[in-house]
Design a protein around this ligand. Sequence first.
Ligand SMILES: [Fe+2]
Length: 230
Amino acid sequence: MNDIENERNLKNAIELGHDQALNDQKGNDVFLLGDIHGDFTAIYKWLNTFCKKGDSLIQLGDFGAGMISVEKIEKLAFAAKQMGVKIYVLRGNHDNPEYFNLSVKVNDSLEFVPDYTVKKINGLNYLFLGGAISIDRKKRKEGFDYWKAEGFVYHPNQLLKYYKNIDVVVSHTAPEEVRPFYGMGPHPDLVNYQKEDVSLEKDLKEEKDLITKAFDIVKPNLWASGHFNQ
Ligand SMILES: [Fe+2]
């Protein structure tokens, strides 16, 4: 946990003043992209089609860390650096948590951002909340395409520490306000997965409750999430 960096980022935001921080005069854009599962086609398309020097991309989890080669990630990081853009990767359930726990920075242009990190990007403070439970976790192989520590971890003290200064939350799973557990329908195959994973629905509901508590504490101007891509 890089509390020192968080403190520094927030101090900078306070020194700038909230209104000033909300208005980026440089014309740099921040793009959000979710759930690429190791297929970098969309990122390269973004790099080659939409981005300009100074832009940033936040990958909303399920990047494929631990499931794809390091060389493939290094090649992407090199391409981003060449273009002068920055890629921030949020932890998804289909990512090895070690990449994030160790705050892996491939280079200045691609980094794996640990949960509860606050990053100041284009004058706004982004809070990173990774993790989600895999609905098909029983069918996956641990260490290959499944990690036990995949879920969202609720740290109310961290949230209470920073909540006044957060403009945007980026998460992998979504709070009830963003995607209701039943309102938009649970996963269509939940009934089938539940047959082999009897605590699945209970665990998913608990996780939904916790990320919703996080929402209730922070209540940012914008909340963006990935994960629900069926
Ligand atoms: Fe996911």
